[in-house]
Design a binder for this molecule. Structure first.
Ligand code: PLP
Length: 414
């Protein structure tokens, strides 16, 4: 029997902070152009499809003629032509070497950590992360894989990140702006700390999207995106993506995705490609609407606090302006009266819907303390800024006057 590994088993990726692991994207083309063109040139598909739009290829297997020269894709679990267009497009949008799609953002995160960390290793992050991410960090990985998670108390303090990294740290994971409190972490400062200790930095770019923030330009090694949110934008897709060095992405694809499910299904990948064509326009409108809503809430007497990175009162407004091209479409606010006050308010909305997602074209609200962050202890919620009266509010693309009118009438009644 030959000692050679089968072609589909890849060597584990080893992080080398000295090696430049990202590419800046195609510098000759702007962001909106990359959203429309990267990964697919209709003129090159003439022979088979003559299609202006990237085709959906739902085939789960890909025939070959010689068993000793099997081309890729070969099997839809790990690659399809439609997913390859989406992966190339997302890599170009984020300025990374390579991309892997996943069934969801949460699955993408799981696969990354499962690939990088072994029993006894650890990951450094903060409590300012999405709810399912917290569950992976606080119980699934520690209890089932013996991978520990260390949480910095103040993600704004680089010294704290440094103090938690040791020789067993395999990843530093930052979510910025964070869900649901929109805490902004200084990406360049944490890059410096992580790289000085030889550890790669993951930035979850879900709330800002590639349109408003490109963490790799600031030195991050890996980007996580939930495509489910603003990236696809209208609550018809569940999907995730990891962008990073090719060696890491292919390690995950062939050594983890291969065994724990599959990449995003081709139809969802195709839908995402259609929605990305309007990402720049949508994010501009989300930012404009959210700014008006944030200004309105900020001046309302029944609102105790508004978290929005575009508000002058946001404690990290300068940092947000430095690393983001707009405040985004997500905000949160604390209403008087704690949980009963929040529930009463949401119950009175006539236009705004309660649902567990954000980044949709229609406005959505949710109560994090009971729905997404209920697994945190009360002390942890306090540390993360998740007050009982906190409402997460994803500002949609309706006329901003209509959103504000709905908020106004609901607030008047509580
Ligand atoms: C910041 C952030 N990252 C990742 C995810 C996970 O994405 P998905 O819902 O696609 O699993 C979420 C989900 O809420 C999120 O808020």
């Amino acid at each position: 029997m030959s000692d050679a590994k089968p072609f589909y088993i890849r060597d584990p990726w080893v992080f080398d902070p000295e090696k430049k692991q990202t590419t800046p994207g195609d510098p000759s083309r702007g962001f909106a152009t990359r959203c429309l063109h990267a990964g697919f040139d209709p003129r090159q598909s003439m022979e088979h499809f003559r299609s202006f739009v990237p085709p959906i290829v739902p085939s789960m297997t890909y025939p070959y003629t010689r068993p000793d020269e099997v081309p890729c894709p070969v099997y839809g679990r790990t690659r399809t032509p439609t997913n390859t267009v989406l992966e190339e497009r997302l890599a170009a949008m984020e300025g990374g070497e390579a991309c892997l799609t996943a069934g969801s953002g949460s699955q993408a995160l799981f696969q990354l950590i499962f690939t990088l960390a072994r029993p006894g290793d650890n990951v450094v992050t903060s409590l300012n992360i999405f709810g399912e991410g917290y569950k992976q960090a606080a119980s699934i990985f520690p209890e089932r894989c013996r991978v520990q998670f260390r949480f910095v108390a103040d993600p704004g303090n680089p010294a704290e990140w440094a103090s938690l990294i040791d020789s067993k740290t395999r990843l530093v994971w930052v979510e910025t702006p964070s869900n649901p409190c929109l805490f902004v972490t200084d990406i360049e400062a944490v890059v410096e700390v992580a790289h000085s200790r030889g550890v790669p930095l993951l930035v979850d770019n879900t709330t800002a999207t590639s349109a408003l923030q490109q963490p790799m330009k600031l030195g991050a090694d890996i980007v996580l995106l939930s495509l489910t949110k603003f990236m696809a934008g209208n609550a018809t897709v569940i999907g995730g993506a990891l962008i990073g060095p090719e060696g890491l992405i292919e390690d995950i694809r062939w050594n983890t995705t291969e065994f724990v499910g599959s990449i995003m299904p081709p139809f969802e990948a195709w839908l995402t490609l259609q929605y990305l064509e309007t990402l720049s326009l949508r994010m501009r409108a989300h930012c404009e609407n959210a700014q008006q809503v944030a200004d309105f809430l900020h001046s309302h007497s029944k609102v105790k606090r508004v978290n929005y990175p575009g508000l002058e009162s946001h404690t990290q407004i300068k940092l947000a302006q430095k690393q983001m091209a707009g405040g985004g479409g997500l905000l949160s606010f604390v209403i008087q009266g704690g949980k009963p006050g929040a529930i009463r308010l949401m119950d009175r909305f006539e236009l705004i819907v309660q649902a567990v997602t954000f980044g949709t074209s229609r406005s959505i609200c949710m109560h994090p303390a009971t729905i997404t962050h209920e697994h945190l202890t009360r002390e942890e919620r306090e540390q993360a800024g998740i007050d009982d009266g906190l409402i997460r509010f994803s500002v949609g693309l309706e006329e901003p006057e209509d959103i504000i009118k709905d908020l106004e009438q609901a607030l008047a009644g509580v």
